[in-house]
Design a protein around this ligand. Structure first.
Ligand code: SAM
Length: 266
């Protein structure tokens, strides 16, 4: 997998050239530094209240999934106050951003990372009641996660919408409808972070697709069908739905073939 990084309305721009490949991307480095570990502790600790599985899952995913690190290291959500996380699972993004704000306040922060935004609000929408319950137990009254289907739930207004590893569970028409409604929820210039699998990723993509099916099975969805598109097709759909987009690999350090599409509402 070697997707060209494209320079178009992307918050990733300052960090990458058009020739950059997965090896060079931030979010790809071994997360061994002390501030990162403090961040990981702060974000995963609340999940102890939600049980052993919730805690281990939070800690493992936040540690190895490069998208969480990249969001902070590149300041991908730096200028956005109201964030909507669609298919949020147990609300790891909310926990991560809260932990980032706290660690920064306590001056435990990687020297070369931008300051995180204070007082961000994160709303989540998640289909599975068990995930919603884990999020609520972990994050307490501050947790704003509703149990609903993103195909029909109202999105309200947001400055940024995040959809990580979710849209391929929807059929093609529902993907289009959701993206159009995301566009309507954003102001002009508003941000969509959309992570999808990359079918051009060969074996890595097959591992991604198989893991997705297994993950959904263990979340209680049964064996679900998935509806994947090539990265070019996702970008065409985004254009059709009113977005300018850029693509960058986002699975370094994992066996998967994922791409992060950074899209801005026209
Ligand atoms: C692979 S998980 C990703 C969770 C989260 N975005 C993350 O990155 O940690 C996919 C999530 O999408 C949720 N999901 C799938 N279809 C959905 C729908 N129609 N409405 C709301 N959530 C959905 C699943 O229940 C699951 O929690």
């Amino acid at each position: 997998m070697n997707i060209q990084f494209e320079h178009r309305s992307s918050a990733l721009q300052p960090e990458a050239s058009a020739q950059q490949n997965a090896r060079d991307l931030p979010g790809a480095h071994a997360p061994a530094d002390a501030p990162f570990r403090a961040l990981l502790d702060a974000a995963s600790q609340p999940y102890r209240k939600a049980g052993r599985f919730a805690y281990k899952f939070a800690r493992g995913k936040l540690r190895v999934d490069p998208v969480y690190r990249a969001i902070l290291e590149l300041g991908l959500l730096q200028r956005q106050q109201r964030i909507l996380d669609l298919g949020c699972g147990q609300a790891l993004l909310a926990a991560w951003l809260v932990a980032a704000a706290r660690c920064y306040e306590r001056a435990i922060w990687p020297r070369d990372w931008p300051a995180p935004t204070q007082d961000q609000s994160v709303r989540g929408i998640e289909l599975m009641p068990r995930d919603v319950a884990r999020a609520q137990r972990a994050l307490g009254p501050a947790c704003d996660v509703s149990q609903a289907d993103i195909r029909s739930a109202a999105f309200g207004a947001a400055d940024a919408v995040v959809i990580l590893d979710v849209l391929h569970y929807l059929d093609a028409q529902s993907q289009r409808d959701v993206l159009k409604r995301v566009h309507a929820a954003l102001p002009p210039g508003g941000l969509l972070l959309l992570r999808v699998g990359n079918p051009a990723g060969g074996l890595r993509f097959r591992i991604t697709a198989y893991s997705d099916k297994l993950a959904m099975f263990f979340r209680g969805h049964g064996f679900v069908a998935t509806h994947c598109r090539s990265i070019e097709e996702w970008r065409e759909l985004l254009t059709e739905c009113g977005f300018d987009s850029a693509a960058a690999p986002m699975s370094r350090g994992t066996p998967f073939a994922n791409v992060l599409l950074t899209a801005h509402a026209r």
